[in-house]
Write a protein that binds this ligand. Structure first.
Ligand code: SF4
Ligand code: SF4
Length: 375
């Protein structure tokens, strides 16, 4: 297992972290506790030293199971969890913190994240005088939390502004082969001395199927798409740790094997990955850049989402994923009412084509999507 320093804290984290949002569950949706504990202990014994949960995962059960699993070696690992309260009430925020400490059965949390924080929530809620941010400072002085961090899905520009507030020691954002939205933010965070955790390194399970194109991305090839996906994230040295949401012992073993065998990549290997990624991106952009200027469609077709599914199929060779995405568009519901957004809703009115800056033959391409993915 490789270890990397988390920002300026001096803490060394394993490059693979255990994301505790996908524990195996029974038919009633309850966590299969014994199985989950075995997985967590196995991970610890094989060098994983960072475990990430949230107060809201499995209604708090994820934290309880994590706490139980790590009880005997709590001081040797780092616990990360999250507080989802984003209003102005310090007391509400504190209640969630205390709930997490109790469920985890710990005296302190190493990395405490404001969960899914947006810039406007920070400015208008969390950071008001006498609000949660002040409470967080207090909790830090009391030793209840060691490092204050945030996770976010806000725009990259806003995530940078959150970093610039100087209030946080680390960030947690999504990053994988299929979604590089935050690549620049990740580099920015590291440059500013923050630690970087990333979620979804294997695309939330979307990269589970074999794909020649994805596996070839890694110099020397990868045994599976999941391996290629993890190694792609590990290759980015601005990332401290990839938090993989592991749902079975098999997955834990596979991820640990990948994290253990990868040595630091040479400059040449990194260059090669970057070139391959650029090539895929160019191919994808030829099909559609996803800018959204063609929207909305009067007939409800989500044009960029249909083309994204086709890009998974054509460019990344992820055929099953592409078909699942298309089915999701076809079966989409809004407020419980069917609102399909798939290519077969297109009546060829032509309005969208006039708006596309790339001059993409949208109607013809939608027909191709329908024929390839709709079967
Ligand atoms: S051509 Fe099809 S996709 Fe484009 S606006 Fe008309 S109905 Fe919508
Ligand atoms: S305007 Fe063109 S490039 Fe942009 S999302 Fe629509 S089809 Fe894709």
């Amino acid at each position: 297992m490789q270890y990397r320093e988390y920002g300026k804290t001096g803490i060394k984290l394993s490059i693979l972290g255990f994301g505790c949002m996908r524990f195996p569950t029974d038919e009633q949706g309850r966590i299969k506790e014994d199985e989950a504990i075995e997985m967590l202990r196995y991970a610890y014994e094989h060098g994983v030293n960072i475990f990430d949960s949230a107060a809201v995962y499995n209604n708090g059960e994820s934290e309880r199971v994590l706490g139980k699993a790590v009880k005997d070696f709590r001081d040797k690992i780092y616990i990360s969890t999250k507080n989802h309260y984003k209003g102005k009430d310090a007391g509400e925020w504190r209640k969630i913190l205390e709930g997490s400490l109790e469920r985890l059965g710990v005296e302190y949390i190493d990395f405490y994240h404001m969960h899914d924080l947006r810039l406007n929530q920070f400015l208008e809620g969390v950071s008001v005088k006498g609000g949660p941010l002040e409470e967080a400072h207090k909790a830090k002085e009391e030793g209840l939390i060691k490092h204050l961090c945030f996770s976010s899905h806000d725009s990259p520009e806003n995530v940078k502004k959150l970093i610039d507030t100087g209030e946080f020691e680390g960030i947690l954002v999504q990053y994988n082969i299929l979604d590089r939205t935050y690549e620049e933010v990740i580099a920015y965070a590291r440059q500013k001395g923050l630690g970087v955790l990333v979620m979804g390194p294997v695309g939330g399970g979307r990269l589970a199927e074999p794909s020649e194109q994805v596996q070839k991305l890694i110099p020397g090839g990868a045994k599976s798409s999941a391996e290629a996906a993890l190694r792609f994230v590990f290759a980015n040295e601005n990332v401290t740790t990839a938090l993989s949401g592991m749902s079975s012992m098999e997955m834990v073993k596979e991820n640990i094997e990948v994290a253990s065998k990868v040595g630091p990549l040479t400059q040449e290997e990194k260059q090669r990955i970057a070139e391959m990624m650029d090539r895929l991106k160019k191919l994808a952009d030829l099909y559609c850049t996803g800018c959204g200027y063609c929207m909305p469609c009067p007939n409800g077709v989500d044009i960029p989402a249909n083309f994204r599914a086709m890009i998974y199929y054509k460019v990344y060779g992820l055929k099953e994923l592409a078909k699942r995405e298309y089915r999701r568009l076809k079966e989409r519901k809004v407020d419980g009412e069917p609102k399909p957004a798939s290519a077969d809703q297109c009546v060829e009115c032509g309005q969208c084509e006039e708006k596309c800056p790339q001059k993409i033959p949208i109607m013809q391409q939608l027909k191709e999507v329908r024929e390839t993915l709709g079967g």
